[in-house]
Write a new protein. Structure first.
Length: 215
């Protein structure tokens, strides 16, 4: 078996959520934090969109929010350097991408290796990228679903933490399939973050092992 290259920390963590849109996955994570199912605090909710509804929700929850304006940074690398400065200032342990519609640069991936996770609405490595629910329907797959994974430099390619499958129906529409997948997203994303701070995620090669509680 490959050697262990990472084990998640068992601690009360500090989380940053990055989002660009409605923020339903943020709400699911926040709900799990409040319910004590995730041993962490959300220290920052950051967006590249000033008017992201998710930012408003976070503000309403009394969380610290930040709009980091892409226009003020000449390159993607500059933007991500500013982003790293913001998350380091708050001593963030884990960055959760939750509908964050920007490609993260290798600089950010390297600085936060095994400390950035993402949710993707397909069963990776099938259907990386965008418009994946429609692409799954068009391809004719019988099952799609969602994937929580560590973020690596290649888009949607990091080690897989959790997945959930849902059926694709004959009369499915993009919206209907997306809604069915979203229910599972809201279940497995908080679960994965919970496991992370229970110290139960171990990475060997590109496989993530889920350790027994108390192991
Ligand atoms: C979700 O489908 C997620 O899988 C994808 O973007 C969408 C974000 O939705 N990465 P929300 O903003 O969390 O509601």
């Amino acid at each position: 078996m490959d050697e262990v290259i990472f084990r998640s920390p068992k601690k009360r963590g500090r989380v940053a959520v990055l989002l660009s849109g409605r923020g339903s996955n943020f709400t699911a994570i926040q709900g799990a934090v409040r319910a004590g199912r995730i041993d962490a605090d959300i220290s920052l909710v950051l967006s590249n969109k000033a008017d992201a509804p998710g930012l408003v929700k976070a503000r309403d929850e009394g969380l610290e929010t930040l709009f980091l304006d892409p226009k003020l940074h000449a390159t993607r690398e500059d933007y991500d350097r500013a982003l790293v400065a913001e998350i380091e200032r708050r001593r963030v342990d884990l960055v959760c991408l939750a509908g964050y519609m920007r490609i993260v640069t290798p600089g950010l991936c390297d600085a936060y290796r095994h400390r950035i996770v993402n949710i993707h609405p397909a069963l990776l490595p099938s259907f990386p990228g965008l418009h994946v629910q429609q692409r799954a329907i068009d391809w004719g797959v019988r099952f799609s679903g969602c994937t929580v994974h560590f973020v690596a430099a290649e888009v949607d390619m990091g080690p897989i933490i959790l997945q959930a499958a849902v059926p694709v129906l004959q009369d499915d529409t993009e919206d209907a399939l997306a809604a069915r997948i979203l229910v599972e997203e809201h279940r497995i994303y908080p679960e994965a973050v919970g496991l992370y701070f229970q110290g139960r995620l171990e990475v060997r090669g590109r496989r993530v092992f889920i350790l027994e509680a108390g192991a």
